[in-house]
Write a protein that binds this ligand. Structure first.
Ligand code: OSB
Ligand code: MG
Length: 368
């Protein structure tokens, strides 16, 4: 198919509750949506970038420029035989994987719609429903955190992830374990520690965590390998894994035992599947991370999570945990068993509420 037109929109979407990590607090998302056109059909992608360059190098405004001036023009007017080829079209761009991934994922949705099949099937997914966990941001008090966990467990979620940072770690995790001795529990530091904190992090071993996510620097795998030798709990890398090559090196060094795959962070579905395939082939468990996505990004995450190696519950949860009203219909809902059924419709399997997107848009640009 020939990519005939690409539209960009930025929407503003307030979160139902602020989300806080060791690197900052988010109250309103600024989300870039990409719509690609071919053969009378359209596909949607969502850029998973944060508002500020605090999670990785990218930010909403840098991604806008990279998509508008580079990734978009590199794909526009091109004959694309398979969406797996899109990444190569933009590979001259260094870094900026979330910007590249926004365009790439949109073409995957478009191709699945052209074929009239669900995207998850086109990707090779096998799981008819995916297991869901939740990521709970830093709270004012332990009591507030315990209450949130209670609510999410009651809703059926199968794994709880809590955010930690220096000063809000060992004692807080102990308080959670005391109240919930058996639940599948993980912690995510978003790079808030250094190797000097190894002893402190090793104290988390007593809590039977499934994993400790990205304790050290976002761009490090050397120190993570040293840390993994000093802690019993599995280290899971998020920020540090940008490609299948990164996964190979990190696993080879022993920097982690589990990998969090995020579509945008690795530049889209093709690379995400390569990371998945590499890990799955070696018995390394992966799970789908989240970036506070609106419905389009959430739907892409659901599709990816149906690949067979996604054996741990992901950070893919119901729309209503984030938004008073999502931008897709139906909204993403989670069953009482803590799962999301893979949708039956073509493409991402949800319809974009274009009227709502238009009403939320603060800028629009057409690349032609
Ligand atoms: O590290 O997984 C992370 C949100 C924004 C940036 C980074 C992360 C997160 C989350 C939330 O943990 C996951 C979600 O619910 O979308
Ligand atoms: Mg993380």
């Amino acid at each position: 198919m020939k990519i005939e037109r690409i539209e960009l929109r930025e929407i503003r979407l307030p979160l139902v509750a602020p989300f806080e990590t060791s690197f900052g607090r988010t109250t309103e998302r600024r989300i870039i949506l990409v719509k690609v056109f071919a053969d009378g059909l359209a596909g949607w992608g969502e850029c998973t970038v944060g508002e500020n360059p605090f999670y990785n190098h990218e930010a909403t405004d840098t991604a806008w420029v990279v998509i508008r001036d580079f990734a978009g023009p590199m794909v526009l007017g091109r004959e694309v035989e398979s969406p797996g080829d899109v990444s190569a079209l933009t590979s001259r761009i260094r870094g900026n994987r979330m910007a590249r991934g926004a365009v790439e994922t949109a073409v995957w949705d478009l191709e699945a719609r052209r074929q009239g099949v669900p995207l998850w099937r086109l990707l090779g997914g096998t799981q008819e429903e995916i297991a869901c966990g939740v990521s709970i941001g830093l709270q004012e008090t332990d009591a507030a955190l315990l209450e949130k966990i209670e609510t999410e467990l009651a809703a059926g979620y199968r794994r709880i992830k809590i955010k930690i940072k220096p000063g809000r770690d060992v004692d807080m995790t102990r308080a959670v374990r005391r109240e919930f001795p058996e639940i599948p529990l993980t912690v995510d530091a978003n790079s808030a520690y250094t190797l000097e904190d190894a002893e402190r992090l090793a104290r988390l071993d007593e809590f039977g965590l499934l994993l400790i996510e990205q304790p050290l620097a976002y761009d490090d795998i050397i120190d993570h390998a040293e840390l993994q030798r000093q802690v019993k709990t599995a280290i899971c890398l998020d920020e540090s894994i940008l490609s299948a090559e990164d996964a190979r090196k990190a696993l080879g060094l022993g920097a982690c035992r589990i990998i969090n795959i995020k579509l945008g962070r690795v530049s889209g579905h093709a690379e995400a599947r390569r990371v998945h395939d590499y890990c799955h082939g070696r018995g390394v468990r992966v799970w789908c991370g989240g970036m506070l996505e609106a419905g389009v990004g959430r739907a892409h995450n659901i599709a990816m999570s149906t690949l067979p190696g996604f054996t741990l519950p992901g950070d893919v949860s119901a729309s209503k945990r984030y938004w008073s009203e999502d931008i897709i219909t139906p909204a993403v809902e989670v069953t009482a068993r803590g799962t999301i059924p893979a949708p039956a419709g073509p493409g991402i399997g949800y319809e974009v509420n274009e009227a709502r997107v238009s009403s939320l848009a603060v800028r629009t640009e057409v690349i032609r």
